[in-house]
Design a protein around this ligand. Structure first.
Ligand code: FAD
Length: 285
């Protein structure tokens, strides 16, 4: 497991906001897609990487710099020799256990509040564990929740547009609170649907049963509905499982995989094999 403090903030770059668009409706959680143009040449962030955002803050303890990581949500592009980066960010807030007060998350609110033309400081690029296997016959089970779709959107595009000729099966399971939050799978931003023609690709989404409540998203139900196929993929040695999203995805997935394989012990054994073979990767935040 990597800690945030392990990610260097030494290399800094300035980036200008080229586009910022809210993807979710006003009465739901705010998730924005932001496109940045990196001012200095030489910054290259690939689909298997993330980058950091630095925010200067001041509180009763003095001035500090807040560093948070964001995944690349699209294939990196170039404009006049400068790199364009796309990110997805959810405006976070959290409740202090002690005082019960709600605090806005520093970096996510800072990013969501930036306007076109504003400049921000970024770091990186930093490694993400989602590596494209060398073997094109490898199968990939990708599971993302909320903004956890970001790295997989870039990853799937990279495989079908740049690596090409993928022979293994790719299954993307994606959970969101409501249909409108199914970023990139709804009508407006449905660019993942471009790959539905590919024989090797299928995406499945899961919604919360009550979108305005804080119920867990039924990602496990969506996966268990395809138990036979997942069992078949997990029985093969060249299957990789990659997971991205919020903390609550972890127990949900363990439960779903245990149900699919028939017992908790069977899943623990298979997961240990995946981890040992470097075929399990997760970015949980
Ligand atoms: C490798 C990596 C890639 C990431 N990629 C993305 C990405 O593509 N898009 C993205 O939006 N975030 C991503 N994150 C999470 C991001 O780095 C921040 O943690 C998140 O934006 C909150 O930071 P903040 O400064 O706003 O909150 P802080 O001021 O750090 O406050 C954090 C508090 O908010 C809560 N919190 C943090 N994240 C969430 C969340 N997502 N949902 C609910 N509560 C939360 C925590 O419980 C914590 O108490 C990634 C994290 C990692 C490690």
């Amino acid at each position: 497991m990597a800690y945030l403090a392990d990610f260097s903030t030494e290399k800094k770059y300035q980036a200008a906001v080229k586009k910022t668009e809210r993807l979710t409706p006003a009465d739901t959680e705010e998730i924005r897609e932001i496109v940045l143009e990196v001012k200095q040449p030489g910054f290259e962030c690939q689909v298997d990487q993330s980058f950091g955002v630095l925010v200067r803050t001041e509180n009763e303890f003095g001035k500090t710099v807040h560093h948070r990581l964001y995944s690349v949500a699209d294939l990196p592009a170039e404009s006049n020799g400068k790199q364009l980066l796309t990110l997805l960010v959810k405006r976070c807030s959290y409740v202090d256990d002690f005082s019960g007060e709600q605090y806005p998350g520093v970096a996510s609110n800072y990013l969501c509040d930036r306007k076109v033309g504003d400049e921000i400081t970024i770091t990186g690029p930093h490694a993400l564990p989602f590596v494209v296997p060398d073997d094109k016959h490898a199968n990939l089970i990708l599971v993302g929740m909320g903004t956890g779709i970001a790295p997989f959107r870039a990853f799937v595009k990279h495989i079908y547009k740049q690596v090409k000729d993928w022979k293994g099966q790719i299954r993307l399971f994606y959970g969101a609170r409501s249909g409108m939050e199914l970023l990139y799978l709804n009508d407006k931003d449905g660019d993942l649907t471009n790959y539905y023609d590919e024989e090797t690709f299928a995406a499945f989404h899961a919604l919360s049963p009550r979108p305005h409540w804080s119920d867990p998203i039924a990602l496990d139900t969506a996966m268990e509905a395809r138990a036979e196929e997942i069992r078949h993929l997990l029985a093969q040695t060249n299957t990789y499982v990659y997971v991205a999203g919020y903390e609550k995805i972890r127990p949900m997935l363990d439960k779903a995989f245990a149900n699919i394989l028939g017992s908790k012990e069977k899943w623990e054994t298979r997961k240990a094999e995946l981890v040992a073979g470097k075929k399990w990767a997760e970015v949980i935040y």
